[in-house]
Design a protein around this ligand. Sequence first.
Ligand code: ATP
Length: 329
Amino acid sequence: MDDDDNDDEAALGAPGPAGGDTVIHTRALTKRYRGGQLAVDGLDLAVPAGSVFGFLGPNGSGKTTTIRMLMGLIEPTSGTARVLGHPMPRASRAVLPHVGALIEGPALYGFLSGRDNLLRYDAADPTADPRTRRARVAEALERVGLTAAAAKKARAYSLGMKQRLGLAAALLQPRRLLVLDEPTNGLDPQGMREIRVLVRELAAEGTTVFLSSHLLDEIEQVCTHAAVMARGRLLTQGPVADLAARARGRLTVTTPDTADAARVLKEQGVADVVVTEDRVTGEPADRELSALNAALVTAGVRVRGFGVERASLEDAFVALTGEGFDVAG
Ligand SMILES: Nc1ncnc2c1ncn2[C@@H]1O[C@H](COP(=O)(O)OP(=O)(O)OP(=O)(O)O)[C@@H](O)[C@H]1O
């Protein structure tokens, strides 16, 4: 342990060398598994304090491996990871009490009630105060909506309830950072909504939330920032609004002269032209939209509507990779 890293807990209040505004900071973080699989390849990640940060990528793109390195569960092959300003895994002991994590589903004892699972979990945490244990457990159960089911055995819980119990475990103490690996995986729409509401509440209280997902719309709904992974590499990161804005949305022309409009748009280099009733849509090339409009008018097309839809994160992903976002992985 060297002086530079201030690994003792007291120092965690102060910003680390990476700066106080970044709660997760990695540089060229790389993991090659023993079998030779390059799971994470030169990752430079910067998660701003106070953000709800979506870590997005298809199954197998390296999200879980990254999270396990961030939490000090596995060693990187090369590169560095800092969490709350301190190096991982070296500063795990000082950092982890400030981090609530839900990784690869909660480890629960089916024969214990939800409440007893949390009591037991808290008792295993040397930083937890036993005097406040029961009150903190009750509060966490309330927070995730499990108070009524607290006395039920965990094995009788639905998947959504188990996931919420896992979240409650992460919330037994105030946290500066929450790391959630696919928190809505396997949940029904209602369960997903509940988790989203909870994430928003936690963020509103100032907790930075880092959550991985393979669902684009989920990231768009809850996240302020996102990073997009594919095949172990980072494609892009930044505020969600900027990521989407970087991609151009689809051009939509409303006209009674759809056949002529489609022909003119194709001549002008618009790709993927699709005609539906009184609309022609397509992917505009990198040229002035006003020139496209002028070409339509010059060709005698009666243009009743002309515009570009707001680009979605999916548009951005497709633009980045040249391929669709394959949810099934
Ligand atoms: N323990 C391991 N040993 C060898 N290879 C592994 C190991 N764990 C993961 N991998 C491989 O590393 C790559 C990245 O996996 P990882 O689980 O990090 O991706 P992911 O984006 O989290 O996907 P998922 O959502 O399916 O977990 C995959 O090709 C996977 O097969």
